[in-house]
Design a protein around this ligand. Structure first.
Ligand code: HEC
Ligand code: HEC
Length: 505
């Protein structure tokens, strides 16, 4: 189906001309009959997601069922960036364009960004969101190299807050009308089916406006909490809004912005207490909650979600692509085993360790408390009433008193570090908090192998403004995970060796 729409890129004008002449009213009548028939037929037609035989493509572009609830016509989604170009964030040089200027990943040969899925529902091509939006990221190894896309790493550049702001402004703008949408598509050579065009005219366009407005209303917490920036979202306040619980965002302390998680090797993590706070011990439920995060509340396509699960059950993280100083590894391993392996696993592949997947109390770990304060018993209980598909429910969620001792597989791709992404590099994490950067830029895909993390000192990348992360803001503290036990008092030679060793995870 992706081909069906993409393949036809001829101009509307040419088609119109083909319809002129004496036979046109016959065609017109036939078209009307087909339109009515098609419309009625489509109401009962089985829906069809665009299907991808490659499972990685499925993670990036496949549908897990959110379209039935939040889906917006393909035509509208394609037209928005051009229609409201001036609402996209761009720096003076303005190199990044379209959805990429919001940090979304646009790959050659695809007409929608990673994380946007497509499904034909009642004759309309609707676009929804999928797991790839937050669980696929990119790395650029040097200023001149092409970015590589990795499935399962946190979507380090994706800025949901900016996406929301863009949609919010565009949908409320007088330019947002069907004539303009069709004009933009024509100018860009995007052809949409005639049946869809008729449907759009018969009210689907107006419905899409309502849907977008409803969607931004559900995302209103994004505008209430301090801006999370790229690679993060406040999952707890998102859940509260969904459950119509008072969003605690305005109250002190209850800001729960967290980094998108890395999701490789789920099989080995199946029974661990995970999520940043260790609040759930079932791999199955964690995947199902993912469906809720895509907006599929009651509409998830469970077999398609399970396809994603099947990939990540065994998927290994990609290897560190830069040189590693081999001679430092033996000492690095020694230090790691002495200080870290009990909590974080033997290495990036062998995840065993007495405390792995258990929770270290806040009093000990000392990191920002926002995520814990926000996730109360009330939220947790209400969360059980949510269902991704209207049938399965959650049983294994419970608030905890600290943060989880997570496995560190694929660590080089998890920067910035800690649950709130408050520490830009591994080098910085091994310093006591008063020596960690107070402000830095998030959202770059360019890698810094010296510090092991993404470049964090530049305010923009390729014309895309990066996010000024201020550790003094609510929810953003970079304190904790410090002291002898956490390696911040090691000699600088030992820190170097430890960092070399961690590159291989
Ligand atoms: C809007 C962004 C977003 C989307 C979409 C999303 N996730 Fe996530 N995911 C997150 C965040 C953020 C976390 C960490 C949440 C926390 O601890 O508060 C997470 C955590 C997870 C975890 C647990 C990881 C761990 O080790 O702790 C799994 C598994 C997961 N997601 C799977 C999925 C799947 C499968 C989908 C699609 C069906 C999905 N996610 C969609 C943002 C998202
Ligand atoms: C007592 C258990 C414990 C010990 C010991 C420990 N850690 Fe951690 N570590 C944690 C917890 C808990 C977190 C999550 C804290 C948070 O995000 O608020 C964490 C987070 C991390 C992270 C961030 C991971 C990410 O995806 O952002 C890294 C990196 C890390 N630890 C490395 C180390 C290293 C290296 C050592 C040894 C020098 C070490 N840890 C020792 C418990 C521990």
């Amino acid at each position: 189906m992706a081909k069906r729409v993409r393949g036809r890129t001829k101009s509307r004008a040419r088609k119109k001309r083909a319809g002129s002449g004496s036979r046109s009213y016959v065609w017109g009548g036939l078209a009307l009959a087909l339109a009515v028939g098609g419309y009625l037929g489509s109401m009962t037609l089985v829906e069809s997601p665009v299907s991808y035989s490659s499972i990685e493509e499925h993670v990036k572009y496949g549908s897990t069922g959110s379209e039935r609830r939040i889906g917006v016509p393909y035509a509208v989604v394609r037209a928005l960036p051009e229609l409201c170009e001036d609402y996209l964030p761009a720096t003076a040089r303005g190199a990044a364009q379209g959805y990429s200027s919001l940090g979304l990943i646009e790959e050659r040969g695809h007409d929608l960004p990673v994380g946007f899925s497509r499904r034909r529902v009642r004759g309309m091509d609707l676009v929804g969101l999928n797991c790839g939006l937050c669980h696929v990221g990119q790395v650029q190894e040097s200023a001149t190299s092409e970015a590589r896309t990795f499935v399962g790493m946190p979507a380090n550049t994706v800025d949901l807050g900016s996406l929301d702001r863009f949609v919010r402004k565009c949908v409320s703008d007088s330019r947002f009308n069907l004539d303009n949408v069709l004009e933009v598509l024509e100018a860009e050579g995007v052809e949409i089916g005639w049946l869809e065009r008729v449907r759009l005219q018969l009210g689907e366009f107006e419905r899409s406006r309502e849907r977008l407005l409803r969607l931004v209303d559900q995302l209103r917490f994004l505008q209430e909490v301090p801006e999370a920036g790229p690679g993060r979202v406040d999952t707890v306040n998102a859940t509260k809004v969904l459950l119509s619980l008072d969003s605690g965002a305005r109250q002190d302390r209850e800001v729960a912005s967290v980094d998108f998680a890395a999701i490789w090797q789920q099989g080995k993590k199946a029974r661990m207490n995970l999520y940043w706070d260790g609040s759930n011990d079932s791999m199955q439920e964690r995947h199902l909650l993912g469906a809720i995060h895509t907006g599929a509340v009651g509409t998830a396509d469970i077999p398609q979600v399970m396809r994603v699960r099947n990939l990540f059950e065994a998927e290994q993280p990609p290897e560190y692509p830069f040189p590693v100083r081999e001679e430092r590894l033996p000492r690095g391993r020694q230090v790691y085993e002495q200080y870290c392996s009990e909590c974080h696993g033997r290495d990036g592949r062998d995840l065993s360790g007495g405390q792995v997947g258990k929770v270290t109390p806040l009093g000990q770990i000392g990191t920002d408390s926002g995520r814990l304060d926000a996730y109360t018993e009330t939220v947790s209980e209400a969360q059980r009433t949510l269902s991704p598909d209207g049938q399965v429910s959650f049983r294994r969620f419970k608030p905890t008193a600290g943060y989880a001792n997570i496995p560190l597989d694929g660590l080089w791709l998890r920067a910035p570090y800690l649950h709130n992404g408050s520490v830009p590099s591994l080098r910085d994490l091994l310093e006591p908090s008063e020596r960690r950067p107070r402000r830095f830029y998030r959202g770059s895909r360019r890698y810094d192998p010296r510090r092991v993390g993404f470049v964090s000192s530049e305010p923009e990348q390729d014309g895309r403004p990066l996010f000024d992360y201020d550790t003094t803001q609510l929810g953003n503290s970079n304190r904790g995970h410090e002291g002898e036990r956490y390696g911040t008092e090691l000699s600088s030679v030992d820190k170097d060796s430890l960092i070399e060793y961690l590159k291989r995870f």
